[in-house]
Design a protein around this ligand. Sequence first.
Ligand code: R5P
Length: 304
Amino acid sequence: MDTRLAYFEDEAAPALRLAEAAGLKASVIKRHDFPDQELMLTLVPPLADALPRTLVVYRSLDRPNDKLVELLLVARHARRLGVKRLVLVAPYLAYMRQDIAFHPGEIVSQPLVGGFLDELYDALITVDPHLHRISRLEEVMPRIQALTLSGAPTLADLIQKKRSNPLLLGPDAESSQWIEMAAAATGLDHGVCHKVRHGDTRVEIALPDLDLCGREVVLMDDIASSGHTLACAIEAVLAAGADSVDVAVTHALFAGDALEVIRQAGVNEVWSTDCIAHPSNAVAMAPILGKALGEVLADTQRDT
Ligand code: R5P
């Protein structure tokens, strides 16, 4: 198959797991940061000698701003050299939370960043993109073949191995989709809190009407960013008499002191998928990503 997976050095581990799961050869793209913060990307042989007909690019879009430039440079370069199909595997898709202007003049970035990738790539595979006021990625990426996967079933399997009879809890209404998926797979007790956000790090959380006394609670969410949503929920759950609170998230952004914030709140263990490389990674998405990539590449072969 004339297909190769390209990845960046800082994501070698999850990218190589995916390459193995999908049966693809992989090549690194080297990145140099100039003192003025421009980037220079370098393909190494065999990619430097000849590009394949289909190029799969693995790039998770946490800390996204430089990475969006990388994706632009790689895609435009590949097209100029004749690559026919560009597949982006971005386990974390950034800028999806900014889907509405809350104040006059705010630029709504979700459709703009979505549109940027839509123009550059032919197919996208991602995991739990944060879609709130839209239901499908196609609404912001009309051209691309988009496959949306979820980390919730994989996290649910892990939770069942770690705890005997946990209660799954989502910190806000948006998390109900992941809680329901995990509960359907495991049959575990579950509920969803009500959250009001007052600022980047200020949230209020009301627990659902459930008896948490003596329970092992696992908070599940798609994203932990500042950590304040989880910290607030952890404090409320412990105050309601739970024995312990663990955290399971798909995307371990954990910006700044987020991990410390949730530790101070009293969390027991923190588990995440490897969508974003982080010390809390407890499960690999490669098997699921590899299967989806196989399907996208099979479509590619049929189309060409
Ligand atoms: C929002 O609805 C998301 O699902 C997360 O709950 C949120 O992004 C977490 O943000 P933070 O960790 O900054 O509170």
